[in-house]
Design a protein around this ligand. Structure first.
Ligand SMILES: [Ca+2]
Ligand SMILES: [Ca+2]
Ligand SMILES: [Ca+2]
Length: 168
């Protein structure tokens, strides 16, 4: 008998605190846990607003965008805000380790679907880093969402998120 089923699924390996050792980032039940790769103790635990938000269903570590030298953590909650979705940008929450849960409300930025895009849902269903578009030498992030096309068929909508400006 192993305890394998009690270990939440790994979503990402990335070094967040610049010690040369990758952290293990796991997500389950509306919560993202960053385990310090060097000590295997929790570095930070971040909890979404509501259980049904799908907080942590997509997670991306992106290069530093605020000049503190530490990478940023981008966490998607595609079912938040009534299924419209949102992404949460954390600019180095691991700098102040704590045993308590950090609320998603403490994110440095919460980005939602533009109000005029009424047919778009599940904003943040996928995240992918891409090249620099706005010329600030920092790569942008593709944020995938769902919509319906002119024929009424389901389709994918891709937004470009700029980490430095924290907007799509
Ligand atoms: Ca590390
Ligand atoms: Ca940073
Ligand atoms: Ca850029």
């Amino acid at each position: 008998m192993t305890n394998a089923q009690s270990i939440p699924p790994l979503v990402l390996n990335a070094n967040l605190n610049l010690d040369g050792v990758c952290e293990a980032i796991t997500a389950e039940a509306n919560q993202v846990t960053v385990m310090n790769g060097a000590t295997m103790s929790p570095l930070v635990r971040i909890r979404g607003d509501a259980l049904e938000d799908g907080f942590g269903s997509a997670v991306l570590v992106i290069p530093d965008s605020n000049g503190d030298g530490e990478p940023e953590l981008l966490i998607a909650a595609p079912s938040a805000f009534g299924g419209r979705g949102a992404i949460y940008l954390f600019r180095s929450p691991w700098m102040s380790p704590c045993s308590e849960f950090v609320s998603a409300a403490r994110a440095d930025a919460v980005v939602r679907v533009p109000d005029e895009d009424v047919a778009v849902t599940m904003f943040g269903v996928g995240l992918r880093e891409m090249f620099d578009i706005d010329g600030d030498a920092m790569s942008e992030v593709q944020v995938f969402a769902r919509t319906v096309n002119a024929q009424g068929e389901p389709s994918v909508r891709v937004y470009i998120f700029s980490p430095s400006r924290a907007e799509v």
